[in-house]
Design a protein around this ligand. Structure first.
Ligand SMILES: Nc1ncnc2c1ncn2[C@@H]1O[C@H](COP(=O)(O)OP(=O)(O)OP(=O)(O)O)[C@@H](O)[C@H]1O
Ligand SMILES: [Mg+2]
Length: 304
């Protein structure tokens, strides 16, 4: 693993001074047990300004556990969590947020029937007037939300529309713009493209790149090696709670990343198992080396 690679947008180069290169967030041999279940063990990860760090892994690999540690929801039980080079233990998500670490969860924690601008300021509303007659500064919030969304290249027709009427990709984009506006230094996105189609995923990837270009360190959690490779500077693959791969972009190709995700040996075992099932033509299944992405096959000719 290199610690000083060049990002495609050129924010970090080999000539960067050492202090520029201190990761904003770093995990060193970090682990987490829930009682006697060890969900994560020996994880090393560095998040730097202007870079996208992708965390990949199958269901149950430990991705959510990893981001819960960084976002202050859970505490690690092994190793260290460092922010700006100093070890920390976040007691609450608020402490992580105060350190500039913002997390966008998959359910987005928005109120679907409230307007876009209202969701943009949810929990941090702008007010005006002296106490005790302070009231919401609706005009200012609308103007600011509009300016900030445009600043990220997000143009919505009407900020008064309920956020629930936006597409999944647009909602993710608003959440990203919100984190940028509220001064996040690290943005954690938990599978932001998982429920989206190709075009919508592209939209979200574009705003991930926009956040990176604004100097944020982005942690992008995904199952999809293609999405990861489109924006990633560094790739970490988790398997059963440990880190199976940690590589800079220059050290790994999309094909290698896909194979790590698909698990060549597991695919061979699955093929062997499926060969016992009537109606499944295993010859139709891809070889590990041809594999583009995890494939779900519907066996033809099998009728209930
Ligand atoms: N609160 C908890 N108590 C006990 N075990 C847990 C808890 N949270 C997670 N685990 C276990 O830790 C392991 C990793 O879970 P985690 O949710 O981090 O995986 P993941 O990679 O996010 O999976 P997915 O892709 O399904 O979201 C799993 O075996 C899970 O059952
Ligand atoms: Mg998860």
């Amino acid at each position: 693993m290199t610690t000083n690679e060049t990002s495609p947008n050129g924010t970090l180069t080999k000539d960067s001074s050492p202090e520029d290169n201190t990761p904003i967030v770093e995990l060193r041999d970090t682990g987490k047990s829930y009682g006697n279940i060890r969900a994560l063990h020996g994880v090393n990860l560095a998040v730097r300004s202007g870079q996208v760090t992708c965390v990949l892994g199958d269901n149950g690999a430990g991705k959510s556990t990893l981001i819960k540690i960084i976002s202050g929801l859970h505490q690690h039980t092994e190793g260290e969590l460092l922010v700006d080079g100093s070890p920390v233990h976040f007691g609450t998500p608020r402490e992580a947020l105060d350190a500039g670490i913002a997390t966008v969860y998959q359910d987005l924690a928005t109120v679907p029937l409230m307007p876009v601008w209202r969701n943009f300021f949810l929990g941090s509303e702008m007010t005006k007037g002296p106490w005790p007659v302070r009231r919401l500064d609706i005009e200012k919030m609308k103007q600011t939300a509009d300016a900030e969304l445009r600043n990220m290249g997000i143009v919505l027709d009407d900020l008064d529309q309920p956020i629930g009427t936006l597409s999944g990709g647009q909602r993710q984009s608003v959440a990203i713009a919100r984190a940028v506006y509220f001064g996040a230094r690290v943005l954690i996105l938990d599978e932001p493209t998982a429920a989206l189609g190709v075009k919508q995923s592209g939209v979200v990837l574009k705003y991930i790149a926009a956040a990176r270009d604004k100097g944020l360190g982005v942690i992008f959690i995904t199952h999809n090696p293609h999405h990861a490779y489109m924006v990633g500077d560094h790739f970490s693959v988790l398997r059963l709670g440990t880190m199976e791969l940690s590589a800079a972009r220059s050290e790994v190709s999309l094909e290698e990343l896909t194979n790590h995700m698909a698990g060549g040996a597991e695919l061979a075992a699955l093929k062997h198992e499926l060969a016992q099932v009537r109606g499944v033509d295993v010859e139709e299944l891809p070889e590990a080396e041809d594999l583009q992405a995890p494939v779900a096959t519907t066996p033809e000719g099998t009728k209930p």
